[in-house]
Design a protein around this ligand. Structure first.
Ligand SMILES: [Zn+2]
Length: 237
């Protein structure tokens, strides 16, 4: 059977497209790694292929989540000894109660101290840690943007941080505004930089097409490696 194969990407999900002598589009997600494959009749054009994938994104994401058996991020216990990540490094949580000042302090390279006034509930502890993550990421972003602007050749008007369930980042091209997922502060800085670079590349090219990938290859030759590290977990770019 004659068939042609190509790869496209839709909303951060790589899709293998195989055109062959069949009558109907057939979309499947394969174990164990959630590989997505779309079989299409020979003469199906790219717009139809993209529409088919886009219209079933939620289904694809659910299938991938199930197949990859990745644990759904649970609610943290915030009990002493629990592991929390910061810039890709694991830290053991230490709770210090009845402190004068509340907040987070790193103790060496393996302990994350959470200082609370009195005794704090789990939700208060979570909130304190989130605030700290946000401050750390806010403090880190300006230097990363300054580093990447001359590489990409575009200015970022604004970079904001947001908790997002399904995306690592997004870009408002007209406003030169980038949103990054707060989760990225838990990842290695190169993963964060990959997402920033990816979103900044959208200032030059809106779509995930060959031009876009060629630009990213030029800006960060090993970007695939950093994306793969992110793909092992929740959202996509
Ligand atoms: Zn993108």
């Amino acid at each position: 059977m004659r068939s042609r194969q190509e790869y496209i990407e839709v909303e951060g999900i790589p899709v293998e497209v195989v055109r062959k002598r069949i009558k109907h589009l057939n979309l499947r997600v394969y174990p164990p790694d959630g590989r997505v494959r779309l079989a299409a009749p020979l003469r199906t054009d790219e717009a139809t292929v993209r529409w088919m994938v886009s219209s079933r994104l939620e289904w694809i994401r659910r299938q991938r989540a199930r197949l990859m058996g990745r644990p759904r991020p649970g609610i943290p216990t915030m009990l002493p000894g629990e592991t929390h990540y910061f810039l890709g490094r694991p830290y053991k949580l230490d709770i210090r109660e009845n402190c004068r000042r509340q907040g987070v302090k790193l103790n060496g390279d393996s302990i994350l101290e959470l200082h609370t006034r009195g005794t704090a509930h789990t939700t208060q502890r979570v909130a304190l840690l989130q605030d700290w993550y946000r401050q750390q990421m806010q403090a880190l972003l300006p230097e990363l943007i300054t580093k990447w602007e001359p590489v990409i050749g575009m200015r970022v008007a604004e970079c904001r941080i947001k908790k997002m369930k399904t995306r690592w980042g997004s870009c408002n091209i007209a406003a030169h505004r980038i949103w990054l997922n707060l989760e990225l502060i838990k990842r290695p800085v190169l993963s964060l930089e990959y997402v920033l670079m990816h979103e900044m590349t959208h200032l030059l090219e809106r779509y995930h097409n060959a031009h876009f990938y060629a630009l990213m290859d030029g800006f960060m030759p090993d970007w695939r490696q950093h994306r793969a590290a992110l793909d092992q977990t929740t959202p996509s770019v």
